[in-house]
Design a protein around this ligand. Structure first.
Ligand SMILES: Nc1nc2c(ncn2[C@@H]2O[C@H](COP(=O)(O)OP(=O)(O)O)[C@@H](O)[C@H]2O)c(=O)[nH]1
Ligand SMILES: Nc1ncnc2c1ncn2[C@@H]1O[C@H](COP(=O)(O)OP(=O)(O)O)[C@@H](O)[C@H]1O
Length: 245
Protein backbone atom coordinates (compact mmCIF):
# COMPACT_ATOMS: atom_id res chain seq x y z
CA UNK A 1 0.00 0.00 0.00
CA UNK A 2 2.93 2.32 0.70
CA UNK A 3 4.39 1.58 -2.74
CA UNK A 4 1.05 1.72 -4.57
CA UNK A 5 -0.99 4.23 -2.56
CA UNK A 6 -3.53 4.93 -5.26
CA UNK A 7 -4.07 1.27 -6.15
CA UNK A 8 -4.57 -0.41 -2.79
CA UNK A 9 -6.22 0.45 0.50
CA UNK A 10 -6.58 -1.45 3.76
CA UNK A 11 -9.87 -2.57 5.24
CA UNK A 12 -9.74 -1.49 8.89
CA UNK A 13 -11.39 -4.32 10.80
CA UNK A 14 -13.37 -4.10 14.02
CA UNK A 15 -12.17 -6.12 16.99
CA UNK A 16 -13.07 -6.62 20.62
CA UNK A 17 -9.40 -7.27 21.46
CA UNK A 18 -7.69 -4.56 23.53
CA UNK A 19 -5.37 -2.21 21.65
CA UNK A 20 -1.62 -2.87 21.84
CA UNK A 21 0.65 -0.01 22.92
CA UNK A 22 1.30 1.43 19.45
CA UNK A 23 -2.08 0.66 17.92
CA UNK A 24 -4.34 3.55 16.98
CA UNK A 25 -8.11 3.30 16.97
CA UNK A 26 -9.43 3.73 13.42
CA UNK A 27 -6.01 3.05 11.88
CA UNK A 28 -4.99 -0.47 12.90
CA UNK A 29 -8.44 -1.53 14.05
CA UNK A 30 -11.73 -0.04 15.13
CA UNK A 31 -11.60 -1.16 18.74
CA UNK A 32 -15.14 -1.99 19.75
CA UNK A 33 -17.17 -3.20 22.71
CA UNK A 34 -18.55 -6.72 22.27
CA UNK A 35 -22.26 -5.89 22.67
CA UNK A 36 -22.12 -2.95 20.22
CA UNK A 37 -20.20 -5.04 17.70
CA UNK A 38 -22.63 -7.96 18.06
CA UNK A 39 -25.54 -5.59 17.57
CA UNK A 40 -23.97 -4.08 14.42
CA UNK A 41 -23.35 -7.61 13.08
CA UNK A 42 -26.99 -8.56 13.68
CA UNK A 43 -28.07 -5.41 11.83
CA UNK A 44 -26.19 -6.58 8.72
CA UNK A 45 -23.37 -4.05 8.86
CA UNK A 46 -20.63 -6.68 8.48
CA UNK A 47 -19.40 -8.48 5.41
CA UNK A 48 -17.86 -11.21 7.57
CA UNK A 49 -16.88 -11.81 11.18
CA UNK A 50 -15.18 -14.54 13.19
CA UNK A 51 -14.13 -15.46 16.70
CA UNK A 52 -10.33 -15.54 16.67
CA UNK A 53 -8.07 -16.21 19.69
CA UNK A 54 -11.09 -15.58 21.97
CA UNK A 55 -11.97 -12.20 20.45
CA UNK A 56 -14.47 -11.07 17.87
CA UNK A 57 -13.06 -9.70 14.60
CA UNK A 58 -15.00 -8.48 11.58
CA UNK A 59 -14.95 -6.56 8.33
CA UNK A 60 -17.68 -3.95 8.11
CA UNK A 61 -19.23 -3.08 4.75
CA UNK A 62 -18.27 0.53 5.52
CA UNK A 63 -14.58 -0.46 5.91
CA UNK A 64 -14.52 -1.97 2.43
CA UNK A 65 -16.62 0.77 0.85
CA UNK A 66 -14.40 3.54 2.13
CA UNK A 67 -11.55 1.93 0.15
CA UNK A 68 -13.52 0.99 -2.99
CA UNK A 69 -15.16 4.45 -3.07
CA UNK A 70 -11.67 5.84 -3.68
CA UNK A 71 -11.29 3.52 -6.67
CA UNK A 72 -8.77 1.32 -4.88
CA UNK A 73 -8.54 -2.45 -4.48
CA UNK A 74 -9.25 -3.40 -0.92
CA UNK A 75 -6.88 -5.57 1.12
CA UNK A 76 -8.37 -7.65 3.93
CA UNK A 77 -6.11 -9.20 6.59
CA UNK A 78 -8.46 -11.86 7.93
CA UNK A 79 -8.31 -15.36 9.41
CA UNK A 80 -9.26 -18.61 7.67
CA UNK A 81 -12.89 -18.52 8.87
CA UNK A 82 -13.22 -15.01 7.42
CA UNK A 83 -11.65 -16.19 4.17
CA UNK A 84 -14.28 -18.95 3.95
CA UNK A 85 -17.08 -16.41 4.46
CA UNK A 86 -15.74 -14.06 1.80
CA UNK A 87 -15.18 -17.03 -0.56
CA UNK A 88 -18.84 -17.95 -0.10
CA UNK A 89 -19.97 -14.37 -0.83
CA UNK A 90 -20.34 -12.70 -4.21
CA UNK A 91 -17.12 -10.70 -3.72
CA UNK A 92 -14.49 -11.24 -6.36
CA UNK A 93 -11.23 -11.64 -4.49
CA UNK A 94 -7.78 -13.17 -4.59
CA UNK A 95 -7.08 -15.30 -1.52
CA UNK A 96 -3.49 -15.50 -0.33
CA UNK A 97 -2.43 -17.56 2.67
CA UNK A 98 0.68 -16.07 4.28
CA UNK A 99 2.54 -18.62 6.40
CA UNK A 100 5.75 -18.60 8.46
CA UNK A 101 8.79 -20.59 7.23
CA UNK A 102 8.32 -23.01 10.15
CA UNK A 103 6.20 -23.39 13.23
CA UNK A 104 9.27 -22.86 15.44
CA UNK A 105 10.01 -19.57 13.69
CA UNK A 106 6.42 -18.39 14.23
CA UNK A 107 6.73 -19.16 17.95
CA UNK A 108 10.04 -17.29 18.11
CA UNK A 109 8.52 -14.24 16.38
CA UNK A 110 5.43 -14.20 18.55
CA UNK A 111 7.56 -14.35 21.72
CA UNK A 112 9.89 -11.65 20.41
CA UNK A 113 6.90 -9.37 19.83
CA UNK A 114 6.19 -9.48 23.55
CA UNK A 115 2.56 -8.41 23.29
CA UNK A 116 0.86 -11.59 24.52
CA UNK A 117 0.82 -13.46 27.81
CA UNK A 118 2.09 -17.07 27.83
CA UNK A 119 -1.51 -18.29 27.80
CA UNK A 120 -2.35 -16.12 24.79
CA UNK A 121 0.79 -17.27 22.96
CA UNK A 122 -0.23 -20.91 23.50
CA UNK A 123 -3.72 -20.17 22.20
CA UNK A 124 -2.34 -18.38 19.11
CA UNK A 125 0.04 -21.27 18.40
CA UNK A 126 -2.79 -23.83 18.65
CA UNK A 127 -4.88 -21.73 16.28
CA UNK A 128 -1.95 -21.21 13.92
CA UNK A 129 -1.55 -25.01 13.65
CA UNK A 130 -5.24 -25.38 12.82
CA UNK A 131 -5.01 -22.56 10.24
CA UNK A 132 -1.91 -24.10 8.64
CA UNK A 133 -3.80 -27.38 8.36
CA UNK A 134 -6.53 -25.58 6.42
CA UNK A 135 -4.20 -23.69 4.11
CA UNK A 136 -4.56 -26.36 1.42
CA UNK A 137 -8.33 -26.84 1.74
CA UNK A 138 -9.53 -27.39 -1.83
CA UNK A 139 -10.78 -24.22 -3.49
CA UNK A 140 -10.05 -21.90 -0.56
CA UNK A 141 -6.72 -20.16 -1.18
CA UNK A 142 -5.43 -19.17 -4.61
CA UNK A 143 -1.82 -18.73 -3.46
CA UNK A 144 0.43 -19.63 -0.57
CA UNK A 145 3.19 -17.19 0.39
CA UNK A 146 5.99 -18.20 2.74
CA UNK A 147 7.02 -15.23 4.85
CA UNK A 148 10.68 -16.05 5.53
CA UNK A 149 12.62 -13.00 4.49
CA UNK A 150 10.16 -10.08 4.48
CA UNK A 151 11.62 -8.38 1.37
CA UNK A 152 11.66 -11.62 -0.63
CA UNK A 153 8.11 -12.38 0.46
CA UNK A 154 6.96 -8.93 -0.67
CA UNK A 155 8.66 -9.37 -4.06
CA UNK A 156 6.84 -12.71 -4.47
CA UNK A 157 3.56 -11.06 -3.54
CA UNK A 158 4.09 -8.43 -6.23
CA UNK A 159 4.90 -11.12 -8.79
CA UNK A 160 1.74 -13.03 -8.17
CA UNK A 161 -0.31 -9.83 -8.37
CA UNK A 162 1.54 -8.91 -11.60
CA UNK A 163 2.84 -5.71 -9.98
CA UNK A 164 6.25 -5.00 -11.42
CA UNK A 165 8.28 -1.84 -11.91
CA UNK A 166 6.50 -0.95 -15.16
CA UNK A 167 3.27 -0.72 -13.23
CA UNK A 168 4.55 1.68 -10.53
CA UNK A 169 1.84 3.78 -8.96
CA UNK A 170 0.21 6.37 -11.17
CA UNK A 171 -3.23 7.86 -11.49
CA UNK A 172 -3.87 5.43 -14.33
CA UNK A 173 -5.77 2.19 -14.54
CA UNK A 174 -5.18 -1.03 -16.46
CA UNK A 175 -7.42 -2.92 -18.81
CA UNK A 176 -6.24 -6.43 -19.54
CA UNK A 177 -6.88 -8.14 -22.82
CA UNK A 178 -5.38 -11.61 -22.72
CA UNK A 179 -1.66 -11.12 -22.27
CA UNK A 180 -1.47 -7.42 -23.17
CA UNK A 181 -2.33 -4.54 -20.87
CA UNK A 182 -3.51 -1.08 -21.85
CA UNK A 183 -2.80 1.72 -19.41
CA UNK A 184 -5.26 4.59 -19.08
CA UNK A 185 -5.14 7.83 -17.15
CA UNK A 186 -8.04 10.01 -16.08
CA UNK A 187 -8.59 12.94 -18.49
CA UNK A 188 -11.68 14.48 -17.02
CA UNK A 189 -14.59 13.74 -14.69
CA UNK A 190 -18.21 14.84 -14.52
CA UNK A 191 -20.89 13.93 -11.93
CA UNK A 192 -21.81 10.79 -13.86
CA UNK A 193 -18.83 9.90 -16.05
CA UNK A 194 -15.07 9.52 -15.92
CA UNK A 195 -13.13 9.90 -19.18
CA UNK A 196 -9.98 7.85 -19.68
CA UNK A 197 -7.26 8.22 -22.28
CA UNK A 198 -4.76 5.57 -23.30
CA UNK A 199 -1.34 6.54 -21.93
CA UNK A 200 0.76 4.83 -24.56
CA UNK A 201 -1.28 5.39 -27.68
CA UNK A 202 -0.59 1.72 -28.45
CA UNK A 203 -3.83 0.18 -27.38
CA UNK A 204 -4.43 -3.53 -27.13
CA UNK A 205 -6.95 -5.43 -29.20
CA UNK A 206 -10.52 -4.66 -28.13
CA UNK A 207 -9.38 -1.60 -26.17
CA UNK A 208 -9.81 1.98 -27.39
CA UNK A 209 -7.95 5.26 -27.17
CA UNK A 210 -10.70 7.07 -25.30
CA UNK A 211 -13.08 5.47 -22.83
CA UNK A 212 -16.05 6.78 -20.87
CA UNK A 213 -16.92 5.07 -17.57
CA UNK A 214 -20.60 5.45 -16.72
CA UNK A 215 -20.77 5.98 -12.94
CA UNK A 216 -24.58 6.10 -12.92
CA UNK A 217 -24.58 2.31 -13.41
CA UNK A 218 -22.97 1.81 -9.99
CA UNK A 219 -25.11 0.48 -7.20
CA UNK A 220 -24.51 0.81 -3.46
CA UNK A 221 -23.16 -1.90 -1.14
CA UNK A 222 -19.54 -2.93 -1.06
CA UNK A 223 -19.86 -6.45 -2.50
CA UNK A 224 -21.65 -5.26 -5.65
CA UNK A 225 -19.94 -1.90 -5.80
CA UNK A 226 -18.43 -2.25 -9.24
CA UNK A 227 -20.96 -4.66 -10.66
CA UNK A 228 -22.75 -3.40 -13.75
CA UNK A 229 -20.17 -0.68 -14.33
CA UNK A 230 -20.55 0.38 -17.97
CA UNK A 231 -17.50 1.36 -20.01
CA UNK A 232 -17.69 2.39 -23.66
CA UNK A 233 -15.28 3.76 -26.21
CA UNK A 234 -15.81 7.33 -27.44
CA UNK A 235 -14.48 9.36 -30.35
CA UNK A 236 -13.89 12.64 -28.58
CA UNK A 237 -14.37 13.94 -25.08
CA UNK A 238 -15.75 17.29 -26.40
CA UNK A 239 -18.58 15.56 -28.23
CA UNK A 240 -19.30 13.55 -25.13
CA UNK A 241 -19.55 16.59 -22.90
CA UNK A 242 -21.93 18.10 -25.49
CA UNK A 243 -24.01 14.91 -25.35
CA UNK A 244 -23.00 13.51 -28.79
CA UNK A 245 -21.60 9.96 -28.72
N1 LIG B 1 -12.27 -12.96 10.11
C1 LIG B 1 -11.53 -11.89 10.41
N2 LIG B 1 -10.29 -12.06 10.92
C2 LIG B 1 -9.56 -10.96 11.21
C3 LIG B 1 -10.05 -9.65 10.98
N3 LIG B 1 -9.09 -8.75 11.37
C4 LIG B 1 -8.04 -9.49 11.79
N4 LIG B 1 -8.30 -10.81 11.69
C5 LIG B 1 -7.42 -11.94 12.00
O1 LIG B 1 -7.35 -12.12 13.40
C6 LIG B 1 -6.10 -12.68 13.76
C7 LIG B 1 -5.51 -11.94 14.94
O2 LIG B 1 -5.19 -10.63 14.58
P1 LIG B 1 -4.39 -9.69 15.59
O3 LIG B 1 -5.08 -9.68 16.92
O4 LIG B 1 -4.17 -8.36 14.92
O5 LIG B 1 -3.03 -10.45 15.82
P2 LIG B 1 -1.73 -10.58 14.90
O6 LIG B 1 -2.21 -10.80 13.47
O7 LIG B 1 -1.03 -11.75 15.51
O8 LIG B 1 -0.99 -9.29 15.03
C8 LIG B 1 -5.23 -12.63 12.49
O9 LIG B 1 -5.25 -13.94 11.93
C9 LIG B 1 -5.98 -11.68 11.60
O10 LIG B 1 -5.78 -11.98 10.24
C10 LIG B 1 -11.36 -9.51 10.42
O11 LIG B 1 -11.88 -8.42 10.19
N5 LIG B 1 -12.05 -10.67 10.18
N1 LIG C 1 9.51 -11.90 7.69
C1 LIG C 1 9.53 -11.66 9.01
N2 LIG C 1 10.72 -11.66 9.65
C2 LIG C 1 10.75 -11.44 10.96
N3 LIG C 1 9.68 -11.25 11.75
C3 LIG C 1 8.47 -11.24 11.18
C4 LIG C 1 8.32 -11.45 9.77
N4 LIG C 1 6.98 -11.41 9.46
C5 LIG C 1 6.34 -11.18 10.63
N5 LIG C 1 7.22 -11.08 11.66
C6 LIG C 1 6.89 -10.87 13.07
O1 LIG C 1 6.21 -12.02 13.55
C7 LIG C 1 5.18 -11.66 14.49
C8 LIG C 1 3.84 -12.20 14.05
O2 LIG C 1 3.50 -11.60 12.80
P1 LIG C 1 2.01 -11.20 12.43
O3 LIG C 1 2.03 -10.48 11.13
O4 LIG C 1 1.36 -10.52 13.58
O5 LIG C 1 1.38 -12.64 12.19
P2 LIG C 1 -0.13 -13.08 12.23
O6 LIG C 1 -0.94 -11.94 11.68
O7 LIG C 1 -0.15 -14.29 11.36
O8 LIG C 1 -0.41 -13.37 13.67
C9 LIG C 1 5.21 -10.16 14.60
O9 LIG C 1 6.00 -9.80 15.72
C10 LIG C 1 5.88 -9.72 13.31
O10 LIG C 1 6.54 -8.50 13.45
Amino acid sequence: MKEYPSKFGFSVSHTTRSPRVKEIDGVHYHFAGRSKMEQDISEGEFLEFAHVHGNLYGTSIEAVESVTDEGKRCILDIDVQGARSVRASSLEAIFIFVCPPSFEELEKRLRARGTETEEQIQKRLRNARAELDQSNSPGLFDHLLVNDNLEACYENLKKLLSLDDDHKDSDGCFIEDGKATACYSIMSKTESEVFLQSETGEVVKAAANLLAVDLSSLTGGAPGRTRGLKIHSINSIDNCLKGIR
